[in-house]
Design a protein around this ligand. Structure first.
Ligand code: PHE
Length: 340
């Protein structure tokens, strides 16, 4: 090979050896073999030579190009191997290391009980209907047979808003909204937040209720008790029974207070049931004729029952929680105890 070509080869070989990685090697390679590289320049020069000198010089450039290609290939392979082993080294996983544990969330006890209640009643054909939390006086009271001067209004301390609106004190307001839209047969379940100006260990200004409403032909209190027995068994255990006691609500007639046999002592009497063997869990009754009339349903043709329970109260009884505030403090040490 011509001396000046030897020098180019020499210089190229040095540059290739100096390349630290395949990218640098590629750049170096292009400086010789690329379109504007040094070898390319030689081919240009070839065209300027007299015809007689061209074959010899052409053969020399070809030889140079092959020689450069060979060197590049050797270094390329070496770099590839090194890079691969570097990568394998750095991406090594120690399968014997202990895993990182992720904290798993749990459902809030109120949500759990709400879901259980929906499951029980959905299984009996109830559909879920949710009314608004901000209500008018009409839906929360008047249509529920509780006109302005009715003494039963004092049973619930209401938060009033501007423009005659209020925060609903009971999910019973949803009964009216549903019966205005839908005619019997009705089987409605209505969960939601309610608000009362009330605050102690078992009362909170915001809590959740689950309302139930059934309206059809020939509905009786026996239907109510049959369904509530099933509810008691699912929530408080197989042996649970219910008992109805007379009570008063303006929107039901007759009205009852429903007790469930104490799940802590099985009815023998303990501190939870205050020695009585029974625990009061909800209010209920046959829908008052006036309420049906207010919604355009003929009370001579249809009858119905309704019930309403506090979800916090059910959760507290079921899980033995003694202060309702625990349910809104969001202490994960408390909440984490409610797992399946
Ligand atoms: N709304 C009543 C309350 O808040 C409960 C209830 C609902 C009673 C339906 C009878 C029928 O106390």
């Amino acid at each position: 090979m011509d001396k000046s070509l030897e020098e180019i080869l020499q210089e190229a070989a040095e540059k290739f050896s100096a390349a630290g990685d395949s990218h640098a090697l590629y750049e170096a390679k292009m400086a010789y073999l690329g379109k504007t590289g040094k070898v390319g320049a030689l081919y240009k020069k070839l065209r300027e030579l007299p015809e007689s000198e061209r074959p010899a010089f052409g053969a020399q450039i070809n030889e140079l190009r092959r020689a450069i290609e060979e060197r590049v290939a050797v270094i390329e392979e070496m770099l590839h191997e090194r890079e691969l082993s570097d990568r394998l080294q750095s991406e090594q996983v120690d399968v014997t290391m202990p895993g990182r544990r992720r904290q798993q969330g749990t459902l809030h006890p109120v949500t759990r009980v709400k879901n259980m209640l929906i499951d029980v009643f959905a299984g009996m054909g109830f559909e879920v209907f949710e009314g608004p939390e901000i209500e008018t006086d009409y839906y929360n009271f008047t249509a529920l047979n509780t006109p302005a001067d009715h003494p039963a209004r004092d049973m619930q301390d209401t938060f009033y808003l501007a423009n005659g609106l209020l925060l609903r004190t009971q999910t019973s307001a949803g009964q009216i909204r549903l019966m205005e839209q839908k005619k019997p047969p009705i089987k409605m379940l209505s969960p939601g937040r309610v608000f009362r100006s009330d605050d102690d260990a078992t009362h909170s200004p915001m809590f959740h209720q689950m309302e139930g409403l059934v309206v059809d032909k020939n509905i009786t209190l026996c239907d109510l008790q049959g369904m509530l027995d099933e509810f008691a068994r699912v929530i408080f255990g197989k042996g649970s029974k219910t008992r109805l006691r007379p009570s008063y609500f303006p929107f039901t007639e007759p009205s009852v207070e429903v007790d469930v046999s104490c799940h802590a002592c099985g009815g023998k009497g303990c501190s939870l049931c205050k020695g009585t063997g029974w625990i009061e869990v909800l209010g209920a009754g046959m829908v008052n004729r006036r309420v049906l009339e207010n919604c355009g349903i003929d009370p001579d043709e249809y009858s119905g029952f309704a019930f309403g329970m506090g979800i916090e109260r059910i959760a507290m009884l079921k899980y033995g929680i003694n202060n309702i505030k625990l349910l809104t403090e969001n202490d994960v040490r408390f909440l984490g105890q409610f797992k399946d």
